[in-house]
Design a protein around this ligand. Structure first.
Ligand SMILES: *[C@@H]1O[C@H](CO)[C@@H](O)[C@H](O)[C@H]1NC(C)=O
Ligand SMILES: *[C@@H]1O[C@H](CO)[C@@H](O)[C@H](O)[C@H]1NC(C)=O
Ligand SMILES: *[C@@H]1O[C@H](CO)[C@@H](O)[C@H](O)[C@H]1NC(C)=O
Length: 321
């Protein structure tokens, strides 16, 4: 037997396949949404970026539980397709599509205005939508586009819907951050697109840090209102977030992802856990890992003084225009 024969021996093939399966299974969370019996009949939920990936699976889960679900999407075509799919799969016709472009404060305000006019209550808000790998661009509001979309837009939206949520309490706000926040930095000039390096996920990492910081401050401000606010890490998921990366990079990520990343459905689990599980009732100002365990975020994300400052700056930036 030559060394090549040994290398190609079926034992290797079988053990590699087994290893891959074990690694894949390990990526699954410990909490199973299908085993959770929470019903959401009579409850209203908003999921941003619900037309694809994780957001679509979160919306699908809420619709299965009987909630009135509003899909907040940017693209009408893709949103309509998701709406049709979710209605068909769940038999829940109380699912609706409202368009919103989170990178535009004007669009966020119009969306929020419509919600406040049309909805009597709001029990769940999932800030899922996010972008990664966008090239540098300044929005009409004067903000860097990834910051506008991933942080300032959802921040503003949440604040505009707070009174409705308080009057609907108990209510839950879930914001999708990422383990990437650990590599993020806080530099307030970033909001305006200054001092930023555009290398792969650098900007994304910063925005995900701001997500946790402001969610924690929001939780403090909401103390005693019955509205909770938490951040989650969905896991490393190959989703549409990658759509702005070069084709070669997407292929590579997809290949690696097949074995080592979560599927969008698995990526939705920690958010669903945070939004509907009995176990998370009343928990606020916390950060959940992708396996649904409570973990500590990076030190910067736990700095209370920084959080007060960040929240105030974001309030000022979003209130002006
Ligand atoms: C962003 O965060 C991820 C995950 O922590 C890390 O692997 C990556 O290197 C970070 N990117 C930059 C440019 O810091
Ligand atoms: C960019 O970062 C440097 C170093 O942190 C800081 O001194 C400078 O003021 C920043 N630029 C702007 C425009 O804020
Ligand atoms: C909420 O208020 C209670 C009592 O005033 C306090 O013990 C608790 O730490 C507060 N929680 C947060 C998240 O601020």
């Amino acid at each position: 037997m030559s060394w090549l024969d040994i290398l190609w021996h079926p034992v290797w093939a079988v053990s590699t396949a087994l290893l891959a399966v074990v690694v894949r299974l390990q990526r699954r969370g410990h909490w199973d949404p299908r085993a959770c019996e929470t019903q959401l009949r009579g409850k209203t939920a908003i999921v941003t970026g619900a037309n694809t990936g994780i957001g679509k699976f979160i919306a699908l889960d809420f619709a299965r539980r009987g909630a009135r679900v509003i899909l907040a999407c940017r693209s009408e075509a893709r949103g309509t397709a998701a709406l049709k799919e979710i209605r068909e799969k769940t038999g829940n016709s109380d699912v609706h599509l409202h368009l919103v472009d989170l990178s535009s404060l004007k669009s966020v305000r119009e969306f929020a205005k419509r919600i406040l006019e049309e909805e009597k209550a709001l029990h769940i808000l999932v800030n899922n939508a996010g972008v990664s790998g966008l090239p540098r661009k300044i929005t009409n509001d004067g903000f860097e586009i990834s910051f506008a979309t991933n942080h300032l837009g959802p921040f503003h939206l949440t604040n505009l819907l707070l009174d409705l949520m308080k009057s609907s309490a108990p209510a839950r706000i879930v914001t999708l951050s990422s383990v990437n926040h650990k590599k993020g930095q806080v530099d307030f000039s970033h909001f305006k697109g200054e001092n930023l390096t555009y290398f792969m996920d650098t900007v994304y990492n910063h925005t995900k840090l701001h997500n946790i910081i402001c969610t924690n401050e929001l939780a403090c401000r909401l103390n005693g209102t019955g509205v909770t606010a938490n951040s989650v890490h969905p896991g490393i998921v190959v989703t549409e977030v990658l759509r702005h990366y070069p084709f070669s990079m997407r292929c590579l990520f997809n290949l690696i992802g097949f074995f080592f990343f979560k599927s969008p459905e698995e990526g939705a689990v920690s958010s669903i856990y945070c939004a509907v599980a009995e176990e998370t009732e009343g928990i606020t100002g916390k950060y959940f890992d992708s396996d649904c365990s409570l973990v500590l975020p990076a030190p910067l994300a736990r700095d209370a003084a920084l959080a007060v400052k960040d929240f105030e700056i974001c309030e000022r930036l979003t209130s002006k225009l």
